[in-house]
Ligand binder design. Sequence first.
Ligand code: CTP
Length: 419
Amino acid sequence: MSNQEAPGGRLSGLHIVLGVTGGIAAYKAAHLVRLLKRADADVVVAMTESACRFITPLTMTTLSGKPVVTSLWDNVRDPDLPTDIEHVGLAGWAHFAILAPATMNTLGKIAGGIADDALTTFFGAFDPTRSLLAPAMNVDMWDNRATQVNIEQLGERGYNLIGPDSGELACGVNAAGRMAEPEAIFKALERMVLNPTGSLAGKRVLVTAGPTRERFDPVRFWSNGSTGTQGLALAAAAHLRGARVTLIAGPGVKPSLPGITRINIESAAEMTETVLARAADTDITFMAAAVADWRPRETTGEKVKKGADTLTVEFEPTTDILAELGQRALGGFRVGFALESSDLESRAAGKLQRKNAHLIIGNLEAEGSGFGADTNEVLVVGREGFRKSFPRMDKFELGGHLVDLTASVMAGAKGGDDG
Ligand code: CTP
């Protein structure tokens, strides 16, 4: 093992599932978890029963800081993870997956579509192009025609492979079969994160996220409770599908995935200026930000002191950015949001028309939906009566569905509730 460690922060905001199967190289997976954690990634380790004989789940829990998934039937709970993490929920949470070491047995199961434990169930539900497999086995098992056929097939299906390296194997011989070193796996993952390929390759996507702050005096401002989670999820999903993504983020929005160009702004005026400067070179715009509709007409340079019986603040409207884009036919395919407390469908349809958008994603401000929640439940409305609803789910998972739906509506394909 080299003592070269990944510098902090390079993978912040990234969700990774690390699958570990039963081979002697399982101990090296512990070092890989450390590298990923040092780069600030969120890591969930999934282990097969045999892996637990080589390295304990306790080691992996301690290193990852998250529960380890070992069984389909455990009740693992973590406030940051989807509630059904033992099942396919984890596939919705993960941005990327690594399988290290990948034994002949587990590679065979993934190639053959067998999902008989938590780890293979996860891979059965997860995108191959975002999976990195690091085989490790005895040289005769590696040379076995069955393994070679499986590897070829996995490659054809889009899986990324690294190694095996040649070197001393556990059985004493010097041959091919050693798992790639954790540092090499880390670097391969980083390349995948920075240069994903997919359905949106070549497309330029602009996403706004979070609240804006409208200053009143040097210490006070007018804002709202948006956290930017849904916007971050849309930006991540578009990036993972190969788009060139620019995220324009308001205050407090959490880290975005590496590879996304991020511009932090504070006020509605700054957001307007930043969006309009890029709108002509954009194929898809997601206006997920909760832009303040009003700002104090006057901002004082001095803190306003108490003492008076009342305080009257006069507000003036901000620019409606989505409507402005609509009016000037800029921003490419324009997707807006409508956060409502009632009459969702008709109000979302009204905003679609008023702002000349192509799609409006409507959500109700309620428990488990809207500002601050980790989940969202939405109704998407489009032109010519298009509608498509999505049940409540994790905002990242929903981001993927919304990006895919946008791409298919843009391409003229149907995909609404009526087929
Ligand atoms: N929006 C915008 N510029 C604004 C206000 C809103 O671009 N100044 C965008 C939001 O990003 C969202 C959509 O318009 O995509 C709808 O925002 P919402 O706050 O639901 O609607 P409003 O137009 O502000 O209408 P109201 O508050 O009256 O419901």
